[in-house]
Each structure stands twice: as structure tokens, then as C-alpha cells.
Write a protein that binds this ligand. Structure first.
Ligand SMILES: Nc1ncnc2c1ncn2[C@@H]1O[C@H](COP(=O)(O)OP(=O)(O)O)[C@@H](O)[C@H]1O
Ligand SMILES: [Mg+2]
Length: 291
């Protein structure tokens, strides 16, 4: 059974914004990434999965339970870290997690120690939330999501603003969680994070599902076709944009360079470069001008 099954999901907000339109995909075990620009619909989708938002159309099931009809079962299986989790700065780490545990109906001191151990925060459990680094706060957020031993972890933009060291640590926490057949669904607008963390991806663009599959397959879409073109001025860039999809541009040593997708191998003079997932993502999104 798939951890999460999303079928023809549509969400239209009361102000008329179509946040999600006919989305269907499934999430198995491991770490699954939901990738998309700001406003793509990631948070809306996650809120629908955790039963905070009711879909306009379509269905979602979590471990076989329907989010509309069996909300209690779904909620008992899920740990959720929202994009904006309010944390009381004057509370200690331990007291904050205890508070969240009480809200969830799991007021067990041993369990609280356990989740703090899981995220490597046992040594700072007495520290005030207000004195934690961004990365540490994020780990406290994960700790509160781990209360009640969820089968599925839903975390919304957890890597924004993490430094490289925290990023590695964070990855360790999630990988350990996902190891025994459990599922992590994480959203991000940072392509590199999705590539580093996730086995499978869904890419959302303006409420539509743009890609679903492995990061490797996404990369294959552009592999061998990304080239660097050196330009003299902006006029040349405008001309180039007529002939090829420009992925990105940069000013280097006073000159202008453009990274292009040479779909038909028409740019024989251009220098081939190693393709990145970022290239593939921008290509899927329709090029630089559509960011
Ligand atoms: N409560 C809301 N009411 C109306 N529109 C909303 C609401 N929340 C989000 N939106 C809109 O829905 C779209 C998707 O937003 P969101 O799910 O937050 O995207 P993401 O998390 O990918 O940035 C955006 O156009 C956003 O402005
Ligand atoms: Mg969001």
C-alpha cells in the first residue's frame, strides 16, 4: 500500500484562486520531495493531506485512510511540521515539546526525551527556544512532529535558511526516520535540497503537476544538452533567446554568458557543460523568463 495516494485533487480557495488543479500522484516509502516556486501550491497540498484543508474535488488517502471520511485515523498516522510553526521563545526546548505532546494527547516524559534524542537535541533541552539557531529550531520542529510515532512525516519547507552543517545533520535525521519503511514528504523551493534529500519528486507549477519521478530521470531530460554561450552584449542575448531556451545568465570577468538548453544540437560552437538538476527544473518550468 502506498503511504499517500492523491487522486484528481483540486483546491479552489473562496477568493477564486485555483491553488491545485487535478493533481494525481502517489508517495511510497523513503523521502519524497515536493518541489515548486513560491505560490505553486505546496503548502495547500500539504494542508489537504494533514486534513487542515478540505479539497474542492478529488481524494487523498494516507496508509489507506481517506482524509475526508477517516480524518482521525489519518491524523493519528501523521506528524506535521508547518511552514510557520509558532514557538514560544521564552519556553525551554523540553517545555515546548512537552506542550505540543500534551496537545497531541501524549504527555509522556520518556517519549519527549526520545524525540529530542532522535533529532540530537538532548544536550540542549533546557535551553530557551529564543536562544536557538535557525537549524536547531527546525530540529525542535521535527521533534514535535515525531511525537506519537507517526508513520508519515509531512514537513513544509524545512531546509530554508539552514547552513551546510545543519543541512547534513538534518538529512541524517530524515534518513534515519525513513529507514524502516516510513515516509517523509518534504516541500522545498530549493532544487539542490530536493536533489540531495529526495529519492522521488513531484514538481508543481501554478497548481499543476509538472513532473513526477526520480531526480535522476529529471536530470536525464537535459543531460548533454546544456551549453555555455559567451556574448558581447544584451542585444546578443535577446537574439539568442529567439533561438534557444536560456536557462540562466551571468556576468563573468566583464563578459556576459548564457546557459542554454541546446535541444537540437544546433549550437556547435557553444561549450558543453555538466547539467544540473537546477537546469532540468528550469527547463521543465519553461525557461528563465518564466521563473
Ligand atoms: N488561504 C488562502 N486563501 C486564498 N488563496 C490562498 C490561500 N493560501 C494560499 N493561497 C494562494 O494559493 C496559491 C498556492 O499557495 P501555496 O499553497 O501557499 O503555495 P506554496 O506553498 O507552493 O508557496 C497561491 O497563489 C497563494 O496566493
Ligand atoms: Mg508554502
Amino acid at each position: 500500500m502506498n503511504a499517500i495516494e492523491i487522486s484528481h485533487l483540486t483546491k479552489k480557495y473562496s477568493n477564486g484562486v485555483m491553488a491545485l488543479e487535478d493533481i494525481s500522484f502517489t508517495v511510497g516509502g523513503g523521502i519524497f520531495g515536493l518541489l515548486g516556486h513560491n505560490g505553486a501550491g505546496k503548502t495547500t497540498l500539504m494542508k489537504a493531506i494533514v486534513t487542515i484543508l478540505r479539497p474542492s474535488c478529488g481524494t487523498i488517502s494516507v496508509c489507506g485512510f481517506d482524509t475526508k471520511k477517516q480524518g482521525d485515523n489519518v491524523r493519528s498516522l501523521i506528524g506535521y511540521l508547518p511552514q510557520e510553526l509558532s514557538m514560544y521563545p521564552s519556553l525551554s526546548v523540553f517545555d515546548f515539546v512537552s506542550y505540543m505532546a500534551a496537545l497531541k494527547g501524549v504527555p509522556d516524559t520518556k517519549k519527549i526525551q526520545e524525540v529530542l534524542n532522535q533529532v540530537g537535541m538532548q544536550g540542549v533541552s533546557k535551553r530557551k527556544i529564543g536562544r536557538l539557531s535557525g537549524g536547531m529550531k527546525r530540529r525542535v520542529g521535527i521533534a514535535q512532529a515525531l511525537i506519537g510515532d507517526p508513520q508519515v512525516l509531512i514537513i513544509d519547507e524545512p531546509t530554508t535558511g539552514l547552513d551546510p552543517e545543519e543541512r547534513v545533520r538534518f538529512r541524517g535525521v530524515l534518513s534515519r526516520f525513513a529507514k524502516d519503511g516510513r515516509t517523509v514528504l518534504l516541500s522545498t523551493h530549493i532544487v539542490e535540497d530536493a536533489y540531495q534529500l529526495c529519492d522521488q519528486l513531484a514538481v508543481l507549477r501554478k497548481g499543476r503537476l509538472f513532473y513526477n519521478g526520480s531526480a535522476e530521470n529529471l536530470l536525464q531530460k537535459v543531460n548533454g544538452k546544456i551549453k555555455l554561450v559567451r556574448l558581447r552584449n544584451e542585444e546578443q542575448l535577446i537574439a539568442l533567446q529567439e533561438q534557444a531556451m536560456v536557462i540562466s545568465t551571468a556576468y563573468e570577468n566583464g563578459g556576459l554568458t548564457a546557459r542554454i538548453m541546446d535541444e537540437k544540437s544546433a549550437f556547435l560552437q557553444a561549450e558543453p557543460v555538466t547539467a544540473t538538476l537546477e537546469d532540468a527544473y528550469i527547463y521543465c518550468m519553461g525557461g528563465k523568463s518564466h521563473e
